[in-house]
Design a protein around this ligand. Sequence first.
Ligand code: KG4
Ligand code: ZN
Length: 369
Amino acid sequence: MATDALPPPPVVLAIESSCDDTACAVVDGGGRVLASVVSSQLAAHRPWGGVVPEIASREHLRNWPAVSTAALAEAGIGLDQVDAVAATRGPGLVGSLLVGLSLGRGIAHGLGRPFHGIHHLEGHLVSPFLATDGAPAAAVPERFVGLVVSGGHTSLLAVEEGGRSVRSLAETRDDAMGEVFDKVGKRLGLAYPQGPLVDRLAERATGTASADGGFSLPPAEGELFFSFSGLKSQALRAIERLERDGVLTPPDPAAPRPLDELPAAAAEFAAAFRATAVAQVIDRLRRLVAERPVEVLAVSGGAAANRLLRRELESWAATSGVTLRLVPLGYAGDNAAMIGWATVLRLRRGEAPRADDLEVQSRLPFAAA
Ligand code: KG4
Ligand code: ZN
């Protein structure tokens, strides 16, 4: 997005490499995404049915020159116009994080600019406020609740004091939402990442899928928490039954199965599974607003691309009085724009880089409980 006017400072060059996407973005002081480039490593990992850490690190190094060159060209700026550099410092795969963080530190050092190491969730949390059309980001409210649903997290977070305070309200006790979609899809023989494919499969169901289609929600025992492992076990057993009944052929581990080869019964199964997973999220939100006032709910993460989740959130928000900010689809999955935007917000708060910004950590708690 090259314009004649200079982008308002601080212009942040951001890197995200915590898993298998090599991403680079340029975000300006208005929260405009001047460029956001994401290079997927799908082809490299697909033969293995999931992400191979060693391959991911090598691919990040291989992809970086093209990804960063494309981002700077798209933004229409040179490195000399960069005011700060940022990279994800955790959580994620250590080797992958190290590549991004080292590149970021090196560039910042070379430019004589500050470097910020950003928590992956800090990025997801503020991504719903980004615009996709090069417009400035929306104002981030002083307080809001964030719901992050991804392959690694299912978290409800209370953000207060303009982002200075973040507390965890609920986490998953076992699997993350996206992770369960991936595992169930893998058992169906679908290609990695299976989450979006299970979603597409579910869209084909003609029956009216409901959350009780053979699956049950975990009891919440009056406490706010997520749990998807029970649903996962029920779903894996249901697939076994379909195979025993001859409705579904077992997957071939050596060759992923195209979606079109799955029978109609698999679509009905996927719809019931998806409806139960989504019903749990909506149930927790209902409990949350019954407990405390929530003005704004910002929903982010790869699994926030789920079509049913988006529809259900919209209709729940319309009746609950909560203002919903759903992450734009382009920033749901991992991207560097969200890391750049989190950095701009830090700089707006007057925060200097922290000593631990320079360390990568595979497990990195984000919010105090
Ligand atoms: O945020 P993200 O790109 O990476 C992590 O931080 O984990 O999220 C990726 C996750 C994967 O588990 C992927 O299968 C899931 O998000 N996902 C979906 C959908 N699109 C992506 N899960 C359910 N339905 C979708 N449409
Ligand atoms: Zn993520």
